[in-house]
Structures are given as structure tokens and as C-alpha cells.
Design a binder for this molecule. Structure first.
Ligand code: ATP
Ligand code: MG
Length: 252
């Protein structure tokens, strides 16, 4: 599991995470929601050791992420991460992009890495696109390629940061479907999202971050349908309005 204990993170004078504590349990999908700037991306970056922290501790499967004695590269292999926009190597095919880290980082043989890459492309529904260059893939396919690339390192955890927010609305569904598939297979996932209906339908638990703190955490039904904190209520009202506006623009 991932244990986050009183984590503080500052950028110069700016305190971005103000003592965050939460656990991510094996097999659960935890959604992180919250306004822009509330610290969601920073928290993900801290979990996989991309950012140092100024207080507290993050423990992944019993190993303290920021302990200088920890081999961060070994630990990071347990944590697949997918961002809003994935920059695949443009001159490599989908298969070669996915096979790269298994070959270079995990030192798999060329044929092993290619077999593994094909398996994970199949997994995300891109098997037939193995030979395509990234520029020939749709946005949704490129994001699924990013997921396949992370899966090819056979991580224990997957961290997603707004993976659908740069996509055209009609491409969002296929990426969410891939995430639901991973959840059904038992993958442990932390998903930063503005997609409240995805969080409601798919998350086991939802944490609402407000100004660097966990303002509210509970089951998806508790936090989204019956929020207790006024900040959560206000945020959800605004998000609902934003998605209604978006819907109106799409049909107009
Ligand atoms: N490298 C950095 N240097 C300085 N400040 C940073 C850095 N990264 C993030 N911040 C600041 O930290 C705060 C939290 O940023 P973060 O990206 O974690 O927010 P977020 O919740 O992911 O927002 P969004 O929904 O817009 O992605 C913001 O005020 C941001 O400006
Ligand atoms: Mg962010």
C-alpha cells in the first residue's frame, strides 16, 4: 500500500502541501479532486519521488520514498505514471515506444521486450496499431499508448494525472474504459481527475484537496453525493456548472 503521512511540500515561500495524510489500499481506485492549484499533481510527483518533500513521509510497500538510502529507481518501477499529455518518441512505432523502457531500464532482451510491448498494446486495445508511428494515432490512442508504456514496466501502482483533460470529448470514453479495465483487473490506482462522473462511477474512494490539505475523504457516494464540507459543496457545484456549460457548447 501507499501511506502518506503528514506530507509538507513547499516551493520557496509557497506551501503547496500542508500536512497531507492518506492511505491508498491495495486494489483500490482513489480519485483526487480539487480546484486548480490545490496540489494534486504535486502530490503525485511526491509519491513517485520526482519531488522532494519538506516534512512527513511517504511509504510505498514499506519503503520510505524520500529516504536517501532508498533506491529510487527500483521504487519508481512500482509506480507507473501517466500525464495529461504523453510525448511518445515520434520516430519510434507504438511497439518500439512501449518496448523501450523494458529494454533499457529493466534490461529485458530485445525479443522479450517486444513480446511484452505487444501484450500491453493488446491490453489497451492497440494491438493492431503496433507498427504505427505516434503521429498516426488519435489523441485517445496516444493516451492508451502512454498507459501501455507505463504498464510494460509491470508496476504495482498506477498514477494518472488528468489523462483525459486534453482530449476531444469523443475520445475521453475509450481512455476511461481502459482505466476501468485496469481497476477490474485489480490494479491499485490514484487518479487525479476533473471528471466527477468518472469519480462517482469508478472510484472506491474520493479525496477532495483544498489549498494543500485533504478537506474531505470518503467513498465516492459520500464525497460526491453527500459532501459534508462547504468547500467540497462549492467545488462540486462549480464543476457541475462547468460541465453543463461544456455540454451546451458541444451541442450548440
Ligand atoms: N515547480 C514548481 N515551482 C513553483 N511552484 C509550483 C511548481 N509546481 C507547482 N507549483 C505551485 O504549486 C501549487 C500546486 O500546483 P499543482 O500543479 O500541484 O496543482 P493542481 O492541483 O495539480 O492544479 P491543476 O488542477 O491546475 O493541475 C500551485 O500554486 C502551483 O503554482
Ligand atoms: Mg495538476
Amino acid at each position: 500500500m501507499i501511506e502518506i503521512r503528514s506530507v509538507r511540500k513547499t516551493f520557496g515561500p509557497l506551501e503547496v502541501l500542508k500536512g497531507i495524510s492518506l492511505d491508498v489500499n491495495k486494489g483500490e481506485l482513489l480519485c483526487l479532486i480539487g480546484a486548480s492549484g490545490s496540489g494534486k499533481s504535486t502530490l503525485l510527483q511526491c509519491i513517485n519521488g520526482l519531488e522532494p518533500i519538506q516534512g512527513g513521509e511517504i511509504i510505498v510497500d514499506g519503503v520510505s520514498v524520500h529516504d536517501p538510502k532508498t533506491n529510487i529507481n527500483t521504487l519508481r518501477r512500482k509506480l507507473g505514471i501517466v500525464f495529461q499529455q504523453y510525448n511518445a518518441f515520434p520516430h519510434l512505432t507504438a511497439l518500439e515506444n512501449v518496448a523501450l523502457a523494458p529494454r533499457v531500464v529493466a534490461k529485458r532482451s530485445r525479443s522479450d521486450a517486444r513480446a511484452l510491448a505487444q501484450k500491453h498494446l493488446d491490453h489497451v486495445g492497440l494491438g493492431a496499431k503496433a507498427g504505427s508511428l505516434p503521429s498516426k494515432l488519435s489523441g485517445g490512442q496516444q493516451q492508451r499508448l502512454a498507459i501501455a508504456r507505463a504498464l510494460a514496466m509491470e508496476p504495482t501502482y498506477m498514477l494518472f494525472d488528468e489523462v483525459t483533460s486534453a482530449l476531444d470529448p469523443e475520445l475521453v470514453g475509450e481512455v476511461l474504459e481502459t482505466m476501468r479495465l485496469l481497476k477490474a483487473e485489480g490494479m491499485t490506482m490514484v487518479v487525479v481527475t476533473h471528471d466527477i462522473s468518472f469519480a462517482r462511477e469508478s472510484a472506491d474512494r474520493v479525496a477532495f484537496l483544498h489549498q494543500g490539505e485533504v478537506c474531505e475523504i470518503g467513498t465516492a457516494a459520500e464525497v460526491i453525493d453527500r459532501p459534508q464540507q462547504p468547500q467540497t459543496q462549492k467545488f462540486l457545484r462549480r464543476e457541475r456548472q462547468a460541465s453543463l456549460d461544456m455540454l451546451e457548447r458541444t451541442v450548440a
